[in-house]
Design a protein around this ligand. Sequence first.
Ligand SMILES: NC(=O)c1ccc[n+]([C@@H]2O[C@H](COP(=O)([O-])OP(=O)(O)OC[C@H]3O[C@@H](n4cnc5c(N)ncnc54)[C@H](O)[C@@H]3O)[C@@H](O)[C@H]2O)c1
Ligand SMILES: [Zn+2]
Ligand SMILES: [Zn+2]
Length: 349
Amino acid sequence: MEITDITVAPPKRGEVLVRMRASGVCGSDRHVLDGEWSVPHPTVMGHEGAGVIEQVGDGVEGVQVGDHVVLVWNQECRRCVNCLSGKPWACTELRSNECVMPDGTTRLAIDGDAAYPYIAVGSMSEVAVVPASAAIVVPPELPFDVAALLGCSVHTGLGAVVNSARVTAGESAVVVGCGGVGLSIVMGLRLAGASPIIAIDRNPEKLELALAAGATHAVLADDSTPQRVEDLTGGGADVAFEAIGNPHTIAALPSQVRPGGRIVFVGMPPEDTPIPFDVLDLCYRGITAIACNYGNGVPARDFPRYAQLYLAGRLPVDTLISRHITLDQVNEAFAAMRAGSDARNVILF
Ligand SMILES: NC(=O)c1ccc[n+]([C@@H]2O[C@H](COP(=O)([O-])OP(=O)(O)OC[C@H]3O[C@@H](n4cnc5c(N)ncnc54)[C@H](O)[C@@H]3O)[C@@H](O)[C@H]2O)c1
Ligand SMILES: [Zn+2]
Ligand SMILES: [Zn+2]
């Protein structure tokens, strides 16, 4: 990443300009920087952000200047059949995945040419312009670093548990990969009453964090991992989540669950990377495979809920935050992520 000046046009009809206060550094940004996913260039990175509304365009209702907001990266249309069915994560009119506004343009430019906010957020910038519906108001007492993480890792991780897998109290669970997303899954599992909650990572530092976030057992990823999981669950977990995006750990998910179990794909692999599964085995054992997009959640419903849980002391999002950094330290944060150290680093503006 290079730090440079960008020009930001004022918000158009139905849009808001947000003065960013915090942005998380997420594994999805790394996929882009490492060339694993293609996006239009030049790109203003960051998609896990929170800030304060500074300007509103014409026709904006429901939010106002001064509101504290968390930004949404899956910017649903709220009109298609999936949005109307309560499934905004499957919106058929989505443009944010192309890094543009609903009208196909952006409000950002570098030297007169369009610049593209990553998944239409671009939170690693002092200001962002988004559709008003992608700025979800949260209580002003919520700290901005925590608020930022609600916008991706927390919404994804808790949603994976509550919406995608619908975990119920007493179910056993495995979480493979304990970065910001995996740790959020662990927090969700604790809230849902899962037991045991087995956290797996190749970095012992992450396992300590997983235990702090609510895991009951921590297992270092090595050759003996499958046996440990089998022993701890008595033959396989009810549900297993992959939160790395590694084709090998994704392919190994079915071996972690019992007959009738569920496997949940949360980590996203590099593009054009098909992963083979033994479907006959999945059929015989009655395994359900679930793909999680943005926690299969509803941001306008869920962000305020998660904010309330944090403020009530029931969702220890601070556990995820390794360091607060300035924008010029962002490349060091990605280096730490590639090395597997640090959970979430959060840029404060
Ligand atoms: N499904 C969604 O909607 C959604 C949303 C957000 C992020 N994601 C994806 O989730 C994944 C994780 O994101 P993150 O921000 O937590 O990333 P991260 O890099 O912070 O965390 C990855 C973790 O996996 C561990 N790890 C890496 N390789 C391992 C291995 N072979 N065995 C065991 N542990 C290993 C690392 O030590 C690290 O703790 C990414 O692929 C990201 O794109 C998906
Ligand atoms: Zn993310
Ligand atoms: Zn839609």
